[in-house]
Design a protein around this ligand. Structure first.
Ligand SMILES: O=C(O)C1=C[C@@H](OP(=O)(O)O)[C@@H](O)[C@H](O)C1
Ligand SMILES: C=C(OP(=O)(O)O)C(=O)O
Length: 446
């Protein structure tokens, strides 16, 4: 398979590792024990930033993630003419109810901006061109753009039909009833929802099939409600109605990123150690928190505190199950990376949509595990991983933060794991390798 070249333009000033380095990870003979604080949630940060920009007045957002994805979101919002101040992990912003400046925007590799910003721009008058990273320009957006155009937007593809770059002629949204598929990305629905309060008439969204990762849409709806929107839905999310309103400026505290937390819990699982995440609760709406139930199934002990999660590993992890990862598919690679160390094969299903993420994740993880001598079966919608002893290897991160973060876990058990371009972790966790080091992992940048 052809390797992805890394796209250095998408790396932000919040990146901590220069593009093109290689990281070498040595196993730690000890069990990994410790307590760590996880950076803010990418999903909540970019939702809160865009809703605050749409609101009228001064918002304060505490606990933001500082990564490439949030950097490009803030950069775009500033270019729209919104006053944004970032102090440490707090953002102060004076929202302008969508009175944006026209112009050219660049959104890096962030699916959240790519799918949330077009609707937010289309609510008002103006002209924009939005460019994205090479990979983001190959990830689908057509169902979202068709839906937005269906409620009155005027958005065109500047190069290839169905893909970024986009040109947006803002003239306000009419509203109305629209049908939309959720089986490629839940972000299409979230993107349509975020803009919908600003339409002249109510927007009714009918989901024609199912929503992959439907909890991310719930996360959007809950935050919209927190910002004062009036929405009607039930937990099936088959039909959602958004009534006209304006977001109200907020003072909010964001949660830690549950997807990032899972890599550290996986480390405790793998090394039979004990790791506590001191700033995340099991009560979060973020779907990846459910990965702790999978760790339990594998023999780990989980403590669900009021404001922490702790995981204690097992001397031998249990495999021997098939699991649908559709509702927490960002954790597919984490599970696949620890699967060789279990006692029986693990089959992961229902994640065909992750072939459209930062890399073709199913084929990339199968290739990476095969490279280490691990037997895998690749399916259209998932993979089966067999137990084995991974061999030392030079692995490619494919410019995909989750590929790099997951493969690094194997380095806690196997001598001689090297990963190219580890800097790609800055998409969601620029200090990933520093956090691993703080827990006692041996990390060397070459
Ligand atoms: O809305 C969000 O914040 C996200 C939705 C999911 O994307 P898809 O629904 O496109 O798979 C998830 O994989 C991504 O990391 C974050
Ligand atoms: C799919 C992901 O990101 P994005 O928000 O770019 O879709 C991810 O973080 O795994």
């Amino acid at each position: 398979m052809k390797k992805n070249n890394y796209d250095t333009r998408a790396r932000s000033p919040w990146t901590k590792i220069d593009a093109g380095k290689t990281v070498e990870i040595y196993p730690n003979t000890k069990k990994l024990n410790g307590t760590i604080t996880i950076p803010g949630s990418k999903s909540l940060t970019n939702r809160a930033l865009i809703m605050s920009a749409l609101a009228n007045g001064k918002s304060e957002i505490n606990g933001i993630l500082k990564s490439d994805d949030s950097y490009w979101c803030i950069d775009s919002i500033k270019k729209l003419g919104v006053n944004v101040e970032v102090n440490d992990h707090t953002v102060h912003m004076v929202g302008k109810s969508g009175m944006w400046n026209s112009g050219k925007l660049y959104i890096g590799a962030a699916g959240t901006i790519a799918r949330f910003l077009p609707g937010a721009l289309a609510i008002t008058e103006g002209l924009w061109e939005i460019k994205a990273s090479e990979r983001m320009s190959k990830r689908p957006v057509a169902p979202l753009i068709e839906a937005l155009n269906g409620i009155g937007a005027d958005i065109e593809y500047m190069k290839n039909s169905g893909y970024y770059p986009l040109s947006i002629k803002g003239k306000g949204l009419k509203g109305g009833e629209i049908s939309l598929s959720g089986k490629i990305s839940s972000q299409f629905i979230s993107g349509l929802l975020i803009a919908s309060p600003y339409a002249k008439e109510p927007v009714t969204i009918n989901i024609t099939d199912y929503i992959v990762q439907h909890s991310y849409v719930l996360l959007t709806l809950k935050l919209m409600e927190q910002f004062g929107a009036h929405v009607e839905y039930d937990n099936t999310l088959k039909k959602i109605i958004v009534h006209p309103s304006n977001y109200l400026a907020q003072n909010i505290d964001l949660e830690a990123d549950a997807s990032t937390a899972c890599y550290f819990l996986a480390l405790a699982a793998l090394t039979n150690g004990r790791i506590r995440i001191d700033n995340l609760s099991y009560e979060t709406q973020q779907p990846d928190i459910k990965m702790v139930n999978v760790f339990e199934k594998m023999g780990c002990k989980v403590t669900r505190g009021k404001s922490f999660i702790e995981l204690e590993g097992a001397s031998k992890l249990k495999g021997g199950f098939e699991i649908s990862m559709r509702e927490m598919s960002d954790q597919t690679l984490t599970l696949a990376a620890i699967a060789p160390f279990t006692d029986d094969p693990i089959t992961i299903r229902d994640v065909a949509h992750i072939r459209h993420h930062e890399s073709n994740r199913i084929s990339v993880i199968c290739d990476s595990l095969s490279k280490m001598g691990i037997e895998v079966d690749e399916f259209e919608d998932g993979l089966k991983v067999y137990p084995g002893n991974p061999k030392p290897a030079l692995l490619d991160s494919y410019d995909d933060h989750r590929v790099a973060m997951s493969l690094a876990l194997i380095g806690s058990k196997v001598e001689g794991i090297k990963i190219t371009d580890p800097g790609c972790v800055s998409k969601t966790c620029p200090n990933y390798f520093e956090l691993l080091k703080s827990l006692g992992m041996n990390i060397r940048l070459l």
